[in-house]
Design a protein around this ligand. Sequence first.
Ligand code: ASP
Length: 583
Amino acid sequence: MFRTHTCGELNLNHLNEKVTLSGWVSVIRDKGFMIWIDLRDRYGITQLIIDEERSDKSLLETARNLGREFVIQATGTVIERASKNPNIPTGEIEILVEKLEILNESKLPPFTIEDKTDGGEELRMQYRYLDIRRNPVKEKLIFRHKVAQEVRKYLSDKEFIEVETPVLIKSTPEGARDFVVPSRMNPGQFYALPQSPQTFKQLMMVGGLDKYFQIVKCFRDEDLRADRQPEFTQIDCEMAFVEQEDILHIFEGLTKHLLKSVHNLEMEKFPRMTYDEAMRKYGNDKPDIRFGMEFHELDDLAKGKGFDIFDKEELVVGISAPTLNSYTRKDIDRLLEWVQRPQIGARGFVWVRVNEDGTFKSSADKFYTEENLAAFAQRMNAQKGDLMIIMAGKANETRKQLSALRMELAERLELRKPNEFAPLWVVDFPLLEWDEETNRWHAMHHPFTSPKPEDIAKLKTNPGEIRANAYDLVLNGNEIGGGSIRIYDKELQSQMFELLGFTPEQAQEQFGFLMNAFQYGAPPHGGIAFGFDRLVSILDGSETIRDYIAFPKNNSGRDVMIDAPSLIDQSQLDELEISLKGK
Ligand code: ASP
């Protein structure tokens, strides 16, 4: 038997018991006549003691040959510690060692296995298995497990069944690029890895399974923006005989259940906002509503006063940033540079100080009187000490730029509190968006999303105005879930494909299986998928999903630990009948 207890469980209740522990050597303190070893496993740390008086001489010898991260087994008696450590559950006891065995030696680890390590990100990723020994990493994985269990519990209680769907599937356009896998048995043909189990879950509804979920890996070959992973996990769900309201109800329930079970928080009914409202008020379809700084449109107040920069633009819109009147001219200039960076791409902004004495000072004083500025302040509900920041330009662009600034200021003002949770539903998304590059309509969610019934007539006349039966769940400024009510009528689905630029042949070729299935009694259905990695990280007060993935990829999509992707042998290529360009 390797152990009678774990390294996290012994305390004064176990005094004088004979125990055996196994684990890793975390720290050794050698006082000559006495040696202490901190023994670590997943459950905690227990102090071992070996001394000249009470222990066998050979034990001191063995202990002196130990190095950090050696795997050892120790047998001894639980005794009360002379100097106690109130910070750990085992801090009142130690083990007086009688037998010590080295189970495995360890090379000196490339960084210290401690909560605050000296190892940089790259090094820790390369030795991720060592990083996982550290509490902060290990605890995040345990937290993820806990959330997954609660998801399974909630959905199973509601009669959802977990069904696995295939990973080698057919390439279907869902917005991102597919990862593809060559088929040896079918030379020249390729499987695609699923971007999501979308069509399968819909086919399960045709199959009568009624309520499906799966915690499932999805794959998207996208350029990696910060905090995206090429393979990630979804809580994927689908239900039959439901309307949007039914789905929002069940999954609001799931989110509440998670907040209750992990943080003991009771949440009120989640607010709802239309896509239009979210864009107008926050310039963003996933607004962080933990803080204000809402947008206020100023066209009627700001235009027509001879200020060219505002007069000729489509939209003049501003936010009032609390306490930022404290910014010096230099600070403001730096903020200007920040919005002018190519990532944001704004031309600039006009600022208005709201002074403590009620006066205003602005960068466009030449054009606006005190009364004009007071009217701005009133519209924006600006308080003394605020700095109003006003942008102008094309409506959509300007909103996006101001939204980026709003989020940046919220970070600087520490208004994005990690332990505060502000969920909301964003509903009534447009069904389609016009893509300037390809000059055609794209499905904003995916091609299987149903238009709102009252908007179907616009399919022929005004596709841009059609609203979708689609919804996103937003938490703290992040989209954590999104879904839709689906089209289940073959005719409407073909019409949709046509609008998206598929010829009937292409539609049949790519989605024949789905449209054929719709001819066999497809029930009305809809669903949602949560980004599980992101959900877990936000629930834990973080926005770094990589920390919640045991073996994540870096920004260039590489696993630096196993060194993937990698070249493959010529013989493998030959077998697949693949030749590489230029070889
Ligand atoms: N499959 C969709 C997605 O991955 C979610 C859904 O519509 O259920 O975004």
